[in-house]
Write a protein that binds this ligand. Structure first.
Ligand code: GDP
Length: 334
């Protein structure tokens, strides 16, 4: 992919908008590329598409490995295309590589969805820091929206910081939980529960049905003890069997309810405007960090201070200030 002219970016943008799947794939490859020339092209493309973005419902889905995320997302995806929606499913998992790890990386299990023209599935970009993975996912999300996908599902593995990042890029956050109780329930990080707008106990079927009911009651109790994040929304616990497709209509009704209330509360545009401003600052932060880390004038000082900070000879704050000073006052490069 060479550097392209503005008219090529316009053509690609218009093909994406018309729903051309090859153009969508090409646009996503471009947006995900880290090559500097491609970055410029990607930015041109995104600028061309911006007016057609922001209209989708953005739903984050998280849960610990094995809870049934891919099974649930496949069932939900099938349910949604049955209701005339166009769905994009994007994974954010900084620990994954394309060959393993990521739930969506295992595309064979999503087979029924992958073949559907109204679905686009992107496994997590391999490797890299969470910031980079999240940035690419945000941009892929915009491209999918411009291609007419009215529901974007962002899937993340419930093990750490990625939920917080994903929470910030979606409208609503759904947490999947296991039919467990007692000690196992304690294992669910309180921090992650606090992010949830809806909690779904999956595997409520067969021998696990009773345990699922018990777990749902325990989760509901635990939620009662937490301070609600929003005065206008009560976080509920529902049950589902992703395997049997049970519970989906009820879950989807809550999602639509949430979206309606969110729009009533803040106006359809407000949430997106605040998100866009946060993204701007994250972009600045990421680019600035990358510039500092790749600056050859500052590199020796960074190496030295990292060592000293590890040995507790210098405080991180003093070292940070010194490194920033050095970066800001370095001689400008041609
Ligand atoms: P993920 O790691 O969270 O994506 O989980 P998977 O979707 O791969 O599912 C993990 C295991 O749980 C698989 O063996 C699934 O067949 C099983 N599973 C998923 N959903 C259900 C469900 O609703 N009921 C039951 N009984 N098993 C399920």
């Amino acid at each position: 992919m060479a550097k392209q002219s503005p008219s090529t970016a316009k053509k690609l943008a218009s093909d994406v908008r018309s729903g051309d799947r090859r153009a969508l794939a090409q646009a996503i490859t471009l947006v995900e590329s880290t090559h500097p020339d491609h970055r410029t092209n990607a930015e041109q493309l995104l600028t061309n598409l911006l007016g057609n973005t922001g209209k989708a419902l953005r739903l984050g889905i998280s849960g610990p490995p094995g809870v049934g995320k891919s099974t649930f997302i496949e069932a939900l995806g099938l349910y949604l295309i049955g209701r005339e929606h166009k769905v994009a499913i994007l994974a954010v998992d900084p620990t994954s590589t394309r060959s393993g790890g990521s739930v969506l990386g295992d595309k064979t299990r999503m087979e029924r969805l992958t073949r559907n023209p109204n679905v686009y599935i992107r496994p997590s970009p391999s490797g890299g820091a969470l910031g980079g993975v999240a940035r690419r996912t945000r941009e892929v999300m915009l491209v999918c929206e411009a291609a007419g996908h009215d529901i974007v599902i962002v899937e993340t593995v419930g093990v750490g910081q990625s939920e917080v990042t994903v929470r910030d890029m979606v409208d609503m956050f759904l947490l999947l939980a296991q039919p467990a109780s007692g000690d196992e329930l304690q294992g669910i990080k309180r921090g992650i529960m606090e992010l949830a707008d809806l909690l779904v106990v999956n595997k409520a079927d067969g021998a696990l049905a009773k345990a699922a009911c018990g777990a749902a009651a325990e989760y509901q109790n635990a939620l009662h003890l937490m301070r609600p994040r929003m005065s206008w929304w009560k976080v509920e616990v529902l049950m589902a069997s992703a395997l049997q497709g049970a519970g989906l209509p009820e879950i989807w009704r809550r999602v639509e309810d949430f979206q309606k209330k969110l729009e009533e509360q803040s106006g359809p545009k407000y949430n997106r405007a605040a998100q866009a401003r946060r993204w701007l600052w994250e972009e600045i932060q990421d680019d600035l960090m990358a510039a500092i880390k790749s600056d050859s004038d500052v590199a020796p000082l960074i190496a030295a201070r990292e060592e000293q900070v590890s040995r507790q000879e210098v405080t991180p704050s003093a070292a940070a200030r010194e490194i920033l000073d050095k970066f800001l006052t370095r001689p400008s490069k041609p």
